[in-house]
Design a binder for this molecule. Structure first.
Ligand code: SAM
Length: 369
């Protein structure tokens, strides 16, 4: 991959003020083809370049258009987007850090993001961050999460002796996290990893949950996502034939409807502000379950947060049809393959029609619960 040289002065627009070159898109290992499919659909002027497990790169012609500096939500499978300045190779961290500093000489950075394209790459991320920051004269903060507006030097570890150097301007939440990977872990008390996925969805899409709102989740057991909703002060109904953890059941603001999604009586689907779905079934079945509730007209929640499990990554090509269905239900959908998620897509869809906060209401107990 040819090296594009940054200008010798600090530029408010970022080092690649001359546009064009390559972009680096980190993604879930295995999602590279799905990402390329998405790129062909939404950014057809880009050309596919080098691919590695967990990283796809594309050539952007200077003649095409002037892309934004941080993140292309339409790429969906890209955790974030970085402009490439080229590669450096060398035998040691200090040698590589010196070459990285040479590549960006004359530029002033607010932060350095160091990340591995794949967790199998055996490289000391924390040490490399210190070495690159020192070589490039960047103060090292306590964590790698940057502020919106920061100019970020990216150091992508391709292998222990080869790094890609790039940059981006932090803006969208995911562009503030190194490699677009959500920096939090699963709390000890969480009963499932779904707690973290929902936490990332909330952060990544800027979802505002208000205490006193009501949520219903299809596919709720064992209850991690419901825990996250309860922590936000919501009243929660979890729909699942499987058992919900006792710690979640013990919360007075939680109730379980122990049934399948298709068994939820439509007359009981009333007064919910949020509808969530996280069922381990085919995505068309999840869409049908959502459609059954949303088309009934008994309740139009202000937002839907849905996990669409992909039996194969190639099923991601059906996303445009799913997004159209959300639009037909009266929602504005956005989709993202969450960095903490598996082979699945997260769709967050907000209704423009319902923006008023709801009064505090108490979830009613189900006779069958
Ligand atoms: C990935 S787990 C959900 C994790 C859960 N959201 C959490 O926060 O812990 C998938 C769940 O979907 C449930 N499920 C599968 N098909 C379903 C259906 N038709 N209706 C309701 N739940 C279903 C399964 O019983 C299983 O508990």
């Amino acid at each position: 991959m040819p090296v594009s040289h940054p200008p010798r002065h600090h530029s408010n627009r970022g080092p690649s003020a001359s546009r064009g070159g390559f972009i680096l898109c980190p993604c879930h290992p295995g999602a590279e083809a799905a990402l390329a499919g998405r790129q062909a659909e939404v950014l057809p002027a880009f050309l596919r370049a080098a691919w590695r497990r967990g990283l796809a790169t594309f050539r952007i012609g200077p003649e095409t258009f002037d892309p934004p500096d941080d993140f292309w939500p339409d790429l969906v499978f890209a955790h974030t987007v970085v402009r490439s300045l080229g590669q450096v190779t060398g035998p040691t961290v200090s040698d590589l850090a010196a070459k990285a500093a040479d590549t960006v000489a004359g530029c002033t950075w607010d932060a350095v993001h160091v990340w591995r394209r794949d967790e199998r790459v055996d490289a000391p991320v924390a040490d490399i961050r210190l070495a690159v920051s020192a070589a490039c004269g960047v103060a090292v903060g306590t964590d790698q999460v940057t502020r919106s507006g920061d100019l970020v030097l990216d150091c992508v570890l391709d292998s222990p002796d080869r790094w890609w150097i790039g940059w981006h301007r932090a803006g969208a939440p995911a562009s503030r996290w190194p490699g677009g990977v959500y920096p939090r872990g699963v709390p000890e008390a969480a009963v499932s990893r779904a707690w973290l996925k929902l936490d990332e969805a909330i952060a990544s899409f800027g979802v505002t949950l208000e205490p006193g709102q009501r949520a219903l989740e299809l596919g709720a057991a064992p209850g991690g996502a419901c825990q996250r909703l309860l922590e936000a002060g919501l009243h929660v109904v979890g729909v699942d034939a499987a058992a919900v953890d006792a710690s979640v059941l013990a919360d007075a603001r939680f109730e379980q409807w122990r049934m399948r999604a298709r068994e939820v009586p439509l007359r009981r689907f009333r007064g919910f502000d949020w509808l969530l779905a996280d069922m381990n079934i085919d995505p068309t079945s999840t869409m049908a379950a959502l459609g059954r509730l949303l088309e009934a007209g008994t309740c139009l929640p202000r937002g839907v947060i849905a996990t669409l499990k992909l039996p194969e990554w190639s099923r991601g090509s059906e996303l445009p049809g799913w997004l159209d269905a959300f639009r037909a239900w009266g929602y504005e959908p956005r989709a993202r393959q969450l960095s903490t998620g598996g082979r699945e897509l997260c769709v967050v869809a907000l209704s423009a029609a319902r923006r008023r906060p709801s009064p505090v209401r108490r979830a009613t107990r189900s006779p069958g619960a």
